[in-house]
Design a protein around this ligand. Structure first.
Ligand SMILES: C[S@@+](CC[C@H](N)C(=O)[O-])C[C@H]1O[C@@H](n2cnc3c(N)ncnc32)[C@H](O)[C@@H]1O
Length: 270
C-alpha cells in the first residue's frame, strides 16, 4: 500500500474514517447503499482482466464487488484518506492518498466509481475532469451522492421532537455541511456536469426510503450528529437538544423519509 496523504488537508473532510464513529459510519453506509449501488454497477461492462478505480473506497465493499468481476488478471485500485478499514485483498491495490492531489496512479480505467466523495470536495469539478481523462475509451464513470431535499418527518413522539429533528437537519445541511465545502445540491447537478465533461450517454437514478428510529438510516443520522457535535454546538444547538436527537434516532416511534441517494453514470466515447 502507498501513503501520499497530507495531515493538514486530511483534516478538512467533515468526518474521520479513522475513528470508531467513522468506522461505524462506513458499515452503515454499506448496509444502506450497497444494494442500489451493486444493482447499478452490475449492468455495466467490466470483463475479467479489466481495470477499475474506487475513490473514497471507505469499507471497501464496492472495491471487492468490482474485484470479483475483474478477476485474477485484472486490478481494482482503491483510494482513500483512511485505509485501515480496507483489507488487503487479492485483486485490490490500496492507496492511502488525498484525491485533491490527483490520482495516485495513471489510467486508463474501464470503470471508475466514487460514492459520497465528490459531494464532500469543493474541488469536485476539477476532479471530475481528471476522472474523465483517466477513463478508457468506452469506460464508465459512476457517482453515488446524497441529496437532502427535506427528510420529511412522518411520525414523532411529540411536536417538539418533530421540530427538533427539523432544526438539527436544517443546521447540519444548510450551515455545517457547506462550511466544510460539502454540497447536497451536487447530487442533482452531477448529471449536467457529466454531460459537460464530455460523457454521453449520461443516466441517473434516485433511490429513497422511509426510516424509523433504530434502523440503520436513523443510526446513521445519529452517527453524523455524534461526529459533528462540536460544529453543531458552535452553531447554537445545545447539548440537551443533541442528546434528545440521539434518543429520538433510536426510538421506533420516530419515522421519516431518509436522504435521496442519487446514482449517475456516464460513458466515454470510444
Ligand atoms: C462518506 S465516506 C463514503 C465511503 C464509501 N465510498 C461508501 O460510500 O461506503 C467518504 C470516504 O471518502 C474518503 N475521503 C474523503 N475525502 C477524501 C480525499 N480528499 N481523498 C481521498 N479520500 C477521501 C473518506 O475517508 C471516506 O472513507
Amino acid at each position: 500500500m502507498t501513503d501520499t496523504t497530507h495531515p493538514v488537508q486530511a483534516a478538512r473532510y467533515l468526518f474521520d474514517s479513522d475513528t470508531d464513529l467513522g468506522a461505524q459510519q462506513l458499515v452503515l453506509l454499506e448496509e444502506l447503499l450497497d444494494e442500489p449501488t451493486f444493482r447499478f454497477l452490475d449492468t455495466l461492462p467490466l470483463a475479467p482482466g479489466g481495470r477499475a478505480l474506487d475513490l473514497g473506497a471507505g469499507g471497501g465493499s464496492v472495491a471487492r464487488r468490482l474485484a470479483s468481476r475483474t478477476g485474477p488478471g485484472g486490478e481494482v485500485v482503491a483510494v482513500d484518506l483512511a485505509t485501515d478499514h480496507l483489507p488487503e485483498t487479492d485483486g485490490i491495490t490500496l492507496h492511502r492518498h488525498d484525491v485533491r492531489d490527483g490520482l495516485p496512479v495513471a489510467g486508463p480505467f474501464d470503470l471508475i466509481h466514487a460514492r459520497l466523495l465528490l459531494m464532500h470536495l469543493p474541488e469536485r469539478l476539477a476532479l471530475l475532469r481528471t476522472l474523465v481523462g483517466a477513463l478508457a475509451p468506452g469506460g464508465h464513470l459512476v457517482l453515488g451522492e446524497m441529496s437532502a431535499r427535506p427528510n420529511r418527518v412522518l411520525t414523532a413522539p411529540t411536536a417538539d421532537d418533530r421540530r427538533l429533528f427539523e432544526r438539527v437537519q436544517r443546521i447540519a445541511h444548510e450551515v455545517v455541511t457547506p462550511s466544510r465545502g460539502a454540497s447536497f445540491h451536487w447530487a442533482h447537478e452531477a448529471y449536467g456536469a457529466l454531460l459537460d465533461a464530455g460523457l454521453n450517454p449520461v443516466y441517473s437514478e434516485e433511490f429513497s426510503r422511509t426510516t424509523a428510529g433504530g434502523s440503520p438510516a436513523c443510526r446513521l443520522h445519529r452517527n453524523y450528529v455524534l461526529q459533528a457535535t462540536p460544529l453543531l454546538l458552535a452553531e447554537g444547538l445545545t447539548r440537551s437538544e443533541l442528546d434528545r436527537y440521539g434518543e429520538l434516532m433510536l426510538d421506533p416511534g420516530f419515522r421519516a423519509w431518509f436522504y435521496q441517494f442519487v446514482l449517475v453514470r456516464g460513458r466515454k466515447a470510444g
